[in-house]
Every structure is written in structure tokens, then in C-alpha cells.
Design a protein around this ligand. Structure first.
Ligand code: ADE
Ligand code: ZN
Length: 342
């Protein structure tokens, strides 16, 4: 991609919110190997190129296997701080003004790392990023859906001590075979405690899983949501209730959910009156941060300048920022578009 391409320039200039980003998925091979060495963790890679060569995925599970292997290099509070701060820096450099980011406590607690170690490192990075980078941050704690409900409930209990640092709860990991209904009680408890709820749904599993996320988990946004389009009644509901979708084009491509990229349905979603957003999911693994996701998708499916502006606006509208911050950012998007029209 060329930084001189007017399309990339517009995307770069637009203020954006990133709403679907796993902090652990921003672990670049360089940091992974450096942390593994520091912490004496053995990884089956000879060097950076070896790691990159391994990043060819058949499906979600084949990616998750490497993702969980990679996170084993993270051990102390400083590691979590460094991971998160590196992402915030990168996001700010791409004009992300608001990042509502996921983290996976169980991926760490199940290998003996304290919940406090994880959240303290990430929280400190978020505070520093807000002070020094001009980016606003919200933390969303995800439950690993392939672990038992009891483990999710225990994780929620651990989080209560840090309640004011955490915006919401989410649901990720292996979707097929682990429907939202498995976590209905955990999400009810989380909502009662004031957490907002989101969930990965309809990424690899059918529309039925999205119905459950909406009806049982009462999610405020759906992460991915591609299979909504298979069900016309669900499609109508998502349109009528204006439930935002956090789609991730390069992720869907690299995990073979939607190939080639010119089949990515974000333009269809816009036409139907849905509220899709563009996000990077696990950028260290899928070959691009948010601007690359916008750019590659725009080229593949022919997004217009107007489509791109609507997608940027959707990200602000679908965020959990207070309304006066949303208004400022929406005005800023209008100004950028006005000054960029050829
Ligand atoms: N964990 C990290 N990335 C994920 C994805 N795309 N789907 C489910 N779980 C994940
Ligand atoms: Zn995800």
C-alpha cells in the first residue's frame, strides 16, 4: 500500500474508534520472542521468520492454538503493560481516538498468572495512553467460551475487585459447540454489576448463536456477526434494534471465514441499514491494523469515500463514549471528509 494513495490518506486522517481488538492478538513476533527469552519460556520457533511462517491458518481453532501459545510468553505486570502500551501507541498513530479493547484473563490465570498482574499492567498502560497519547480507552474482559461456566463465574468474581477499571464483558475463543446459552447466568450477573455486554457470535457458528447472544446475553454489540445474513428475521431484528456489528475483514479472510475479500459483506450491511464497523481483531496475526483493514476492504469491495466516512462514524456511534465526545468526533469526521473531496 502507498501512503500517498488518497484513499489511504483519507482513512488515516479520519478519527476512528476500534471496537474489536484483542490485546493478546497485538503481540508481535518480536515482543513474543523477547518476552519468552526474558521469562525463560520455551517456544517452538527459531526466530521471527519462523513465527511468521507459522501464521497460516485453516480455521479459527488453528489460529487459537498459536494465539494461546504466544501469550504464554507474558508473565509479569510489565509484560502486560508493554503489550497494551505498544498497541495504544500504534492505534493512536493510526488516528484511533477511542479503543474498546478485549483481554482474556483466563488465558493467563489458567497457567498460574494472577488476575491482578494482568489487569494492573493493562490498566496502567490505559491510563498512560489516555494521558500521553490522546486516546480514550475502555477495557472489555472476555470469557473463554471453551472453558466451563464455573471458570467464567470465578473470573467475574475476581474482576469485581477492579470493577471501576473494566467497562464490559465479552465472549470469545472457540465458538462452535460453545453457544451463548452456556453463559447466560454469568452475563446476567455481569449486567447486574453494571458491565456492558458484548459477544463474538456468528463468526463461525450459525445465526442461532447470534439469536442467543441477543436474547439471552442481551448484548449491546455483536462481534463479527457474519452469519446474521443467513437469517432474514434476525437480519431484520438487528436492523430494527440498530445493534452494531464489529466486523474484522482481514481476520475473516485469514481464518477462511470469508474468502476472497471481495465477498466481505460490509457494503451489503450498509445498504441494508445495519450498523457495521471495521476492526482489526488480532492484527499481529492477520497482517494489518485498523487502517489496513479499511484500506484492503475498500479496494476489494469498492467502498466509496462516503461509505468509508459512514463506517468511521458508525465506530464512534457504536462506542460507549459519552454523547458530547461522540458529537465532537462526528463533526471532526465531517470536516475531514469535506476537506478531502477531490
Ligand atoms: N480470540 C482472539 N481472536 C478471536 C476471534 N477472532 N474469535 C474468537 N476468539 C478470539
Ligand atoms: Zn475477536
Amino acid at each position: 500500500m502507498s501512503a500517498k494513495d488518497p484513499l489511504y490518506e483519507l482513512i488515516s486522517k479520519l478519527p476512528k474508534a476500534e471496537l474489536h481488538l484483542h490485546l493478546e492478538g497485538t503481540l508481535e513476533p518480536e515482543m513474543m520472542l523477547e518476552k519468552a527469552k526474558k521469562n525463560g519460556v520455551k517456544l517452538p520457533y527459531g526466530g521471527i521468520e519462523d513465527v511468521r511462517r507459522a501464521y497460516r491458518f485453516r480455521d479459527l481453532q488453528s489460529f487459537l492454538d498459536l494465539y494461546y501459545l504466544g501469550v504464554s510468553s507474558l508473565v509479569d505486570e510489565q509484560d502486560f503493560f508493554d503489550l497494551a502500551y505498544a498497541y495504544f501507541k500504534r492505534a493512536a498513530s493510526q488516528n484511533v481516538r477511542r479503543a474498546e479493547v478485549f483481554f482474556d484473563p483466563q488465558a493467563h490465570t489458567r497457567r498460574g498468572i494472577d488476575f491482578g498482574t494482568v489487569i494492573k499492567g493493562i490498566h496502567k498502560a490505559a491510563v498512560k495512553a489516555e494521558e500521553e497519547l490522546g486516546i480514550s480507552v475502555g477495557l472489555i474482559m472476555c470469557f473463554l467460551r471453551d472453558m466451563p461456566e464455573s471458570s467464567a463465574m470465578e473470573t467475574l468474581e475476581q474482576a469485581l475487585q477492579y470493577r471501576s477499571w473494566i467497562l464490559g464483558v465479552g465472549l470469545d475463543s472457540k465458538e462452535l459447540g460453545n453457544p451463548p446459552s452456556k453463559f447466560e447466568r454469568v452475563f446476567r450477573r455481569a449486567r447486574d454489576e453494571g458491565f456492558i455486554a458484548v459477544a463474538h457470535a456468528g463468526e463461525e457458528a450459525p445465526a442461532e448463536y447470534v439469536w442467543e447472544a441477543v436474547k439471552l446475553l442481551r448484548v449491546a454489540r455483536i462481534d463479527h456477526g457474519y452469519h446474521i445474513l443467513d437469517d432474514p428475521i434476525l437480519t431484520n431484528k438487528v436492523i430494527q434494534d440498530k445493534i452494531p456489528l464489529t466486523t474484522c475483514p482481514l481476520s475473516a479472510l485469514k481464518l477462511n471465514h470469508i474468502t476472497p475479500l471481495n465477498r466481505f459483506p460490509v457494503k451489503i450491511m450498509l445498504k441494508l441499514g445495519m450498523v457495521p464497523t471495521i476492526n482489526s481483531d488480532d492484527p499481529a496475526y492477520f497482517g494489518g491494523y485498523i487502517n489496513e483493514n479499511f484500506y484492503e476492504t475498500a479496494k476489494a469491495i469498492g467502498l466509496t469515500y462516503e461509505d468509508i466516512a459512514v463506517l468511521a462514524k458508525n465506530s464512534i456511534i457504536a462506542s460507549f463514549l459519552p454523547y458530547y465526545r461522540k458529537i465532537d468526533l462526528l463533526n471532526e469526521i465531517d470536516n475531514v471528509v469535506q476537506s478531502s473531496i477531490p
